[in-house]
Write a protein that binds this ligand. Structure first.
Ligand code: HEM
Length: 461
């Protein structure tokens, strides 16, 4: 079957399927289309034709690094252009700088390196707990907002030894404001037709100013670090300034270090904050699993104020809660691959080389064939260690795949386990508004407008 014959909504001349894409909730829209058109469907947009893939066997096929590679498709291109440059996330695998940065930075994200980040992670988690413990009983919290402050401050402190002090500010740090604007603008840009973009000069000017501001902040960090004479501080910046790729014998140029810093600030906070927000959402909606997680926390952490590395490893049920959250709502819900050569997908569909194939992770993760009849239900036992180990290959992909998988996976999980553990240890949560899930999609997905009352557990905060 030729690519044009792959099932999919019919579309219009010139606009293609633009009107079939749900602008308010694109991911839920893609999931609806997958339920209608099946494990692979075709979408034509002015940027070109892409296939949306969610069948486990098809996803397994395109995860093969020998025949397929990550593709920097239209959406990522705009992120590359306006914010992240040629950082790890938005560069091609064949870019020599991707290899160099990958080799230099991998050790900083290996499991052994996580010990080193623990004190800084605890510092910021402690700030969140302090804030929540001082609320009056009738006050509530905007969960996504506080989680975003937490994850942003954590990656900045662990990555660059820099404090944004988000919990101590009424208005966002100018850097954060510029970054949020840039990401929104990049997204709006990706949705406009090329001709419309030419008419948005003011938006483009603002984008240039924002980019200059972000780069200045990071350049200043680099300059200050060099001037301080204490370049290595056990963080990512020190490593990037001193590290040499053993293969090429070269280090990273400043311009690329800036791109990597911006990349870590973006990739390192949106996804983890969404994960923590969804996790609290699922736990208040399923108190039985919340009680089980809390019982584990009480047993492992007891009254210890600051969890140790060894205790975090014993919070296996808390980890399952997080992994199950990422099954139903993987917070980076798409990744895009393309075949090196013309190929036949699933033994059926003739795909020209370079065709973007986008993996729709939330739908992949809801396969009844893989997870059973209750695939749509939240139950942390779905991801119990023995079940994860017995899954078909590439059936669970919240962190992407192969050599282009998430470099920050261990970092994100350590941070999320630590924070969820400390929160369960100290607080009860009340879903006083009987919140109904509404997913907000920016670069990532998170629950929109989710507020909770947070009460100290007697004798614990
Ligand atoms: C790549 C998910 C946290 C840094 C990715 C990809 C996914 C992902 C799906 C692959 C994207 C693609 O193929 O286009 C997540 C999730 C997270 C998380 C769900 C949290 C729950 C983090 C953190 C950091 C980070 C904390 C940094 C500290 C990166 C980078 C890449 C990446 C640099 C690009 C890697 C490369 O291509 O070399 N992430 N991520 N992520 N992530 Fe994460």
């Amino acid at each position: 079957i030729e690519i044009d014959a792959v099932p999919g909504p019919r579309g219009l001349p010139y606009l293609g399927n633009l009107l079939d894409i749900d602008r308010d909730s694109p991911i839920e829209g893609f999931v609806r289309l997958a339920r209608e058109y099946g494990p692979v469907y075709r979408l034509a947009t002015p940027a070109g034709t892409r296939l949306m893939v969610s069948g486990p066997d098809l996803v397994d096929e395109i995860c093969d690094d020998e025949h397929y590679d990550k593709k920097i498709a239209a959406g990522l291109k705009t992120i590359q252009k306006s914010v992240a440059g040629h950082g790890l996330f938005s560069s091609d695998t064949e870019d020599p700088l991707w290899h160099r940065a990958h080799h230099i930075l991998m050790p900083a994200f290996a499991a052994q390196a996580m010990h080193g980040y623990l004190p800084r992670m605890l510092d910021i988690a402690g700030q969140l707990c302090d804030r929540w413990s001082r609320l009056n009983p009738d006050e509530d919290v905007d969960v996504a907002k506080d989680m975003t402050s937490l994850t942003f401050d954590t990656i900045a402190l662990c990555g660059f030894d820099y404090r944004f002090n988000s919990f101590y500010r009424d208005t966002p740090h100018p850097f954060v404001a510029a970054m949020v604007r840039s990401l929104l603008a990049a997204q709006a840009r990706a949705r406009r037709l090329p001709i419309q973009n030419r008419l948005h000069r003011r938006a483009e000017r603002q984008a240039d100013e924002d980019q200059a501001l972000m780069r200045d902040v990071v350049q200043k960090l680099i300059d200050e670090r060099r001037a301080s004479g204490e370049i290595e501080r056990g963080d990512l910046l020190g490593l990037m300034l001193t590290g040499v790729d053993r293969q090429s014998g070269e280090g990273l140029p400043d311009d690329n270090i800036i791109a990597q810093c911006l990349t870590f600030l973006i990739a390192g906070h949106e996804t983890t904050s969404g994960l923590l927000t969804f996790a609290l959402y699922f736990l208040v909606k399923h108190p039985e699993y919340g009680a089980r997680a809390r019982a584990e926390v009480d047993e492992v952490l007891g009254d210890d104020a600051w969890p140790s590395h060894e205790q975090l490893h014993r919070l296996t049920y808390v980890r399952q809660v997080l992994e199950e959250t990422l099954r139903l709502w993987p917070t980076a819900p798409l990744f895009t691959r393309a075949p090196f050569a013309d190929t036949v997908l699933g033994g059926r569909y003739a795909i020209p080389a370079g065709t973007p194939l986008t993996v729709l992770i939330p739908m992949l993760h809801r396969s009844v064939a893989v997870w059973g009849p209750d695939a749509e239900e939240f139950d942390p036992d779905h991801v119990a260690a023995e079940r994860l180990a017995a899954l078909p290959p590439n059936a669970y992909k919240p962190f992407g795949t192969g050599q282009r998988a998430c470099i920050g996976r261990q970092f994100a999980l350590q941070e999320a386990i630590l924070v969820l553990g400390m929160l369960l240890q100290r607080f009860e949560f009340v879903d006083h508004l009987d919140y109904e899930l509404k997913v907000r999609t920016t670069l990532t997905v998170k629950p929109d407008g989710f507020r909770l009352r947070v009460l100290p557990r007697p004798g614990r905060s």
